[in-house]
Design a protein around this ligand. Sequence first.
Ligand code: TRP
Ligand code: SF4
Length: 326
Amino acid sequence: MRKKRILSGMRPTGKLHIGHYVGALENWIKLQDEYESYHLIADYHVLTTDLNTKDIYNNSIEMLIDWLAAGLDPEKSPMFRQSQIKEHTELALIFGMLITVSRLERNPTLKDQVRDLNIENVIFGHLGYPVLQAADILIYKGEAVPVGEDQVPHVEITREIARKFNNQYGEVFPEPEPLLTQFARLPGIDGNAKMSKSLNNAILLSDDPETVKARMRKAVTDPKKIRKGDPGNPDICLVYAYHKKFNPEEVPDVDAGCRSGTLGCVDCKMRCAEKISLFLEPIIEKRKYYENNLNIVKDILSEGEQKAKITAEETMHEVRQKMKMG
Ligand code: TRP
Ligand code: SF4
């Protein structure tokens, strides 16, 4: 039986954090046998919020190294830059004709970014972010899209565009489904619902044990629990959320200790930091290998780009045929 196809991607902003792993990357790794996967470095999408391109290439390589170090296998799934496959932009142009401005203005992800980044005037490319993302997904006929929760509205827009195209010109595209992880969102160490480097509340996949401890020491906990002995409420504490992910065996113990007061926050954080570092150890090890063999990383990228290009060209050919513009 034919394997279903996955397309997923991330914007290259440099090294990844554990929120990227928990929200998406872990799922990519898990699904790479069951599905035929394509993994995209969304370097054009970065321009929607930052026109400075001097770090884009290095950031793409850093992100690719994290993908590989975490366990994505280039033999199974091509990894490539959006900017190198021209068909993405070609299809995005056509898709731009199939969706209204008002639909794009209602995109909640855009609204959040406009608010968080204090954007006064939205550029055309930012409004069209989901249109390019739809092209990313559909040029590979992606049927499933493993992403974090914040990307679900973009997958919904992709489905609408696929439907519209198919109705207008004939059946070409599947209607992709989002695939969420169990922990689609890991809070930041400041308690913000989202972990992000720009909010300076992240633990990186490449952070050594000392750095992880230092970051965890600053983590915000239940404000009513001031010293050991005070009872706390783990449900409102992000450290507890991290325990659930990285230290599941001790969760009942942490829960009971926190509520009764016998567990102090400093101990609780250090136990958690240790488990996070234990999880990161093999990733850091593998990262060193790739850092020392950058030529291998670059080869992986160029092979991925060649493979992706073949599929993208096939789809674009079909699109042109259906549109009688072949
Ligand atoms: N918008 C995604 C993000 O910010 C990145 C992305 C671009 C993407 N194209 C994609 C994700 C296609 C999934 C599929 O994380
Ligand atoms: Fe959070 Fe642990 Fe402190 Fe409870 S004991 S408030 S779970 S850090």
